[in-house]
Design a protein around this ligand. Structure first.
Ligand code: AHN
Ligand code: ZN
Length: 337
């Protein structure tokens, strides 16, 4: 395997460098017989949890990002500007969707491409809209008002923004498509109609921004990845559609010391954005999603309530997820994932 020479000087100071010396020659032109063949460790940038935390704060400061509102439009402009600032090619995939309420939603999937020409690609996703109501069955107050969605929406986007910032600082030899789906959370609660959710990912899956050789090999969806004490069991549809990816990501996370978050358990199926990417686009995509066994909803207590604000966000959770994601990306690019 080749070292990427241009990569090394700019990043030496900040990378997790374990094993880099294994690639260096002693000048003799031959390796000693006793030494095991040098196993090259992949340098992975450090995920800055404070930066990710600020990205959650920034989104929440716009107010609820509900389609057809000023906050939604303003946040979109900010997100597009951030990705452009990180050197990504940005596609605003506008679409109109009809919600189960009959509301016509003006919506936009935001796509940030790194190395847009590369044929080896993966996709990282989250939803950037927030829910127009606080209709959790355990919530009694202001049920018809939109939520801030610090965790439900904000956290996944924040992690991906920090990943994008690292992709600019430490260019990677592979294509990465970051896709922020819109209109995920305008769905009917408690209903049988799960397809009332995830309108943006349904649209994207029928109108991919890439085709042919540039289709992503697989994808990773983040949903509610910012709360204190988050637990990520292996979500059922992820295991059905992309078992190898699930198992590799969880094993990697556990080896990195994050087994408190990436628990070795099977979780129930969630009709989340990845469900439609798997079934419509036929791209294997897993979902990293916080499930809490002790609660009535199976999600965090703050889920679809007005408590989904900055108070529930824990930098350590953001970092665990973000650092695992960076490890996946940089290892995959090196053929070591
Ligand atoms: C359903 O409840 C059918 N899907 C949940 C997906 C979701 C909502 N993720 C965050 N908010
Ligand atoms: Zn939600």
């Amino acid at each position: 395997m080749q070292m990427k020479k241009i990569f090394i000087p700019s990043v030496l100071g900040v990378l997790l460098l374990a094993g880099l010396s294994g690639c260096q020659s002693d000048g003799s032109g031959q390796s000693s017989a006793e030494e095991a063949p040098p196993k090259e460790k992949v340098p992975v940038p450090k995920f800055e949890r404070d930066s990710a935390y600020r990205f959650v704060e920034k989104q929440v400061a716009f107010g609820p990002r509900v389609p057809n509102t000023d906050a939604h439009r303003a946040c979109k402009q900010w997100l597009v500007g951030q990705f452009k600032g990180y050197g990504a090619k940005v596609i605003e995939q506008d679409f109109q969707a009809t919600a189960y309420t009959g509301d016509k939603l003006q919506a936009t999937n935001i796509i940030a491409q790194f190395n847009p020409e590369a044929t080896k690609r993966i996709v990282l996703a989250a939803h950037w809209d927030s829910r127009p109501f606080a209709d959790s069955p355990i919530n009694e107050e202001r049920k018809d008002e939109p939520i801030l969605g610090a965790d439900d929406g904000g956290s996944g986007v924040a992690v991906l923004l920090e990943v994008a910032r690292q992709l600019q600082a430490h260019p990677v030899g592979m294509g990465v498509d970051i896709v922020l789906f819109d209109a995920e959370d305008y769905g009917e609660s408690g209903g049988e109609r799960a397809e009332s959710y995830a309108l943006g990912s349904q649209y994207w899956s029928r109108n991919l921004h890439v085709s042919g050789k540039q289709r992503p090999k697989y994808g990773i969806l983040l949903d509610m990845v910012g709360a204190e004490g988050a637990r990520f069991p292996k979500e059922y549809y992820s295991v059905q559609f992309a078992p190898r990816i699930v198992n590799k990501v969880w094993k990697l996370a556990q080896n990195m010391g994050y087994s408190n978050y990436f628990v070795n358990e099977s979780g129930g199926g969630i009709t989340d954005d990845h469900y439609f990417v798997n079934t419509i686009a036929k791209i294997p995509m897993i979902d990293i999603i916080n499930r809490q066994p002790g609660t009535q909803t199976g999600f965090g207590e703050h889920w679809h309530t007005h408590n989904d604000n900055m108070d529930v966000i824990d930098r350590r959770t953001l970092r665990a997820v973000g650092q695992v994601l960076l490890a996946v990306v940089y290892r995959e690019a090196n053929g070591d994932f």
